[in-house]
Design a protein around this ligand. Structure first.
Ligand SMILES: [Zn+2]
Length: 244
């Protein structure tokens, strides 16, 4: 009877071991980590785009600024010439006047554009600060998830190690022949190597066994395996009134 109890306990350990798929348990955490990583990558892309926009706005404003002295010179020169109208045809005068007006308009537009570019640049900078903060926060989150992952992994490993140690102790106490039969059954059905024979049927695969085998099992012969699923068969008395 000791063997029977040990076999039931061993089966429980095998069931637990089989259910305990670390990859399956860690998958949700890994998925979250991946999502955070993707968000960081998107944030970095946004950062880069904003930096490019800032640079482009600065460059454009700089070009306009650099062009302003030339326009100012045109205006000054034109005004100087207009002050001395002597010997100038009306056509020449109008032409100079037009050039001055054009230059003045260009200066006005240029200054307006510089203001707009400056405004845009500040907008981009503010967005960049936000992106930087978001990325920093995501990185913190990621580090936290790594910690959770490692902790969970360690926990699973400890649980698994504890099951293995219980398994070893039980196997040490088991009759050698029975252990061999159990190991053979576990090779075929690692998810639950032991089944109960109830009314001539294997509880593992619901297939009936021969009367001879049923008789042997019922009389405590624990070396019998189901012909169909290869599980080690225990008599129904093994689980008493409990459900298996
Ligand atoms: Zn079976």
């Amino acid at each position: 009877m000791e063997n029977v109890e040990a076999l039931l306990e061993l089966n429980r350990i095998y069931v637990e071991k089989f259910k305990m798929d670390p990859k399956e348990k860690l998958r949700p955490i890994l998925r979250e980590m991946k999502n955070i990583k993707t968000a960081v990558e998107n944030g970095c892309l946004q950062q880069e785009q904003l930096l490019q926009r800032i640079e482009a706005a600065e460059k454009e404003a700089e070009e306009i600024k650099n062009n302003l002295p030339k326009l100012m010179a045109t205006i000054t020169k034109g005004k100087e010439r207009m002050a001395v109208v002597k010997g100038m045809t009306l056509k020449e005068m109008l032409s100079i006047q037009q050039a001055v007006a054009n230059a003045e308009e260009s200066v006005r537009q240029g200054e307006e554009k510089i203001d707009l570019l400056q405004y845009d640049r500040l907008q981009y900078l503010s967005e960049l600060h936000q992106a930087n903060a978001a990325i920093a926060e995501l990185k913190l989150q990621y580090n936290e998830k790594v910690k959770v992952y490692q902790k969970e992994k360690e926990k699973l490993e400890l649980q698994y190690a504890s099951l293995l140690s219980q398994e070893e102790t039980l196997k040490d106490g088991l009759d050698t022949k029975i252990l061999h039969v159990f190991n053979e059954a576990a090779k075929v059905v690692p998810a639950s190597p032991v089944a109960i024979l109830r009314n001539g049927y294997c509880s593992g695969c619901r297939v009936g066994v021969s009367c001879h085998k049923a008789h042997l099992v019922a009389h405590g012969e624990v070396l019998q395996r189901c012909d169909n699923c290869n599980r080690l068969l225990l008599p129904v008395s093994a689980v008493g009134s409990h459900a298996e």
